[in-house]
Design a protein around this ligand. Structure first.
Ligand code: HAM
Length: 421
């Protein structure tokens, strides 16, 4: 017989299961609850778009569009791309469905799979999930502060430590053009020293030289700072964002080298960095993108948002012991003669909203208890002939080993009290 070889998942893509999945689900729930509490509404966009969308929004000179897109020609000979990010899709959707007729700003949140053909490493995958928020239709600096506040609330709610908010302004079309010229003027004598990528960036996107990890701190030190070149409107906007953040008690650091790797940004850009993540240390990144909707054929419409990498969030939660493994399982052990009663109680508890595992192998209470322990159950309920007669069950707390006889009618109250709910 021909031996079958094992088929693995595609390089850079991974299955999510077990503890990671539990953290993933816990995190997703918290993220969605926070977004909803800020009155953001969910939007689901397709995972595939015409390639043009990302070329025009993310920008043809960016790493994402130049090197990392999963692009192919479909059967009707159109170039389509698996989304590398979701902001462009939300902006396309805004224009396509004439959302400008609704009361602005519109506030969206989303969750979905993204694809980038990057070199896989810790915290960097080819398939990864993003959660993000986008507030579209208002240029108030309060909206910039609001989206950062959402990020801050996520960290607070999940009790994450070792995070810092970095913020910068990259100005508007007007002042950024002047700044770029100045930057090139200072960089020109250093051109030969630049890394190969930065030599190209010098002509295509000199701002990206500021955040290139290969360039030396000495070089960065002599480069002009964008915030010194902001026009009056951009400066006023940036100062107001910082002022709001201070009033909201959100700690931040100004980082003059923060420019972000996507072309659509204007004015505020920010990232939340974690010292627990290694080289890929950005948990979330975002900023204002006041020209994007216009670039996609809509009316001039300012907007701001961020996206967060779910795998990186789970990694931080794991390394900081934010383990919310669901131990709150009730295990039902029974004698075969009490099976009907066991089924009755199991169903009753499930209807009350508890997570209940009915033993399937049966056998001795000792064996069933061992299986319950292996599943990390919080409680085991024992139902034998005696319990059927008395209308009660024995409940064992698997942590403290305490046992108690509880009347069937009191089970709901008993478990709720034990869990303080
Ligand atoms: P981004 O910085 O490219 O921004 O990605 C946002 C987050 O997605 C990153 O901070 C990181 O956590 C996660 N991420 C990105 N690439 C990978 C990868 N290869 N593997 C794992 N995680 C990754 C954006 O995508 C913008 N659309 C953010 C935005 C929203 N700006 C305004 N609104």
């Amino acid at each position: 017989m021909k031996e079958k070889y094992m088929i693995t998942s595609v390089k850079g893509f991974k299955d999510i299961y077990g503890e990671d999945l539990e953290l993933f689900k816990t995190a997703r729930k918290v993220l969605e609850e926070i977004a909803e509490s800020f009155a953001y509404e969910e939007i689901i966009t397709p995972i595939i778009e015409y390639s043009e969308l990302f070329e025009r929004s993310v920008g043809i000179d960016t790493d994402i569009v130049e090197k990392e897109m999963y692009t192919f020609i479909d059967k009707s000979v159109r170039s389509v791309t698996l989304r590398p990010e979701i902001t462009a899709s939300v902006a396309r959707s805004y224009v396509e469905h004439h959302f400008e007729t609704k009361p602005l700003p519109l506030r969206f949140y989303y969750f979905g799979h993204c694809f980038r053909y990057e070199k896989p490493q810790k915290g960097r995958f080819r398939g990864f999930y993003q959660f993000g928020v986008e507030a579209i239709g208002d240029d108030s600096p309060l909206l910039d502060a609001e989206v950062i506040d959402i990020g801050y609330n996520i960290a607070k709610k999940l009790e994450l430590k070792n995070l810092s908010v970095k913020i910068n302004s990259i100005g508007c079309r007007k002042c950024r053009t002047i700044y770029k010229e100045k930057l090139k003027e200072v960089l020109e004598p250093q051109y030969d020293e630049l890394c190969e990528d930065c030599k190209k960036r010098f002509y295509t996107n000199p701002l990206r030289i500021l955040d290139c990890k290969k360039e030396s701190p000495e070089l960065k030190d002599i480069l002009p700072k964008m915030i010194d070149y902001l026009c009056d409107d951009c400066k006023k906007h940036f100062d107001s964002v910082l002022d709001y953040l201070q009033k909201m008690n959100i700690p931040f650091e100004i980082d003059n080298t923060l420019v972000r790797g996507l072309d659509y940004y204007t004015r505020t850009v920010f990232e939340v960095i974690s010292s627990d993540l290694g080289a890929q240390n950005a948990l979330l990144g975002g900023g204002r993108y006041d020209y994007l909707i216009e670039e996609l054929g809509g009316r001039p419409t300012p907007a701001v948002g961020f996206a967060l990498g779910m795998e990186r969030l789970v990694e931080i939660m794991k390394s900081q012991g934010v383990v919310r493994r669901d131990k709150r399982l009730i295990y039902v052990a029974y004698q075969q003669t009490a099976f009907e009663r066991a089924i009755f109680i199991t169903e009753k508890l499930r209807n009350y909203g508890f997570k209940v595992f009915l033993d399937v192998k049966n056998g001795s209470f000792k064996n069933q208890t061992e299986r319950s322990a292996k599943r990390n159950a919080e409680f085991t309920i024992f139902i034998g002939e005696e319990e059927v007669k008395t209308g009660s069950v024995v409940v064992k707390n698997m942590g403290t080993k305490e046992q108690k006889q509880v009347n069937i009618d009191d089970l709901n109250g008993f478990f709720k009290e034990q869990r303080n709910v």
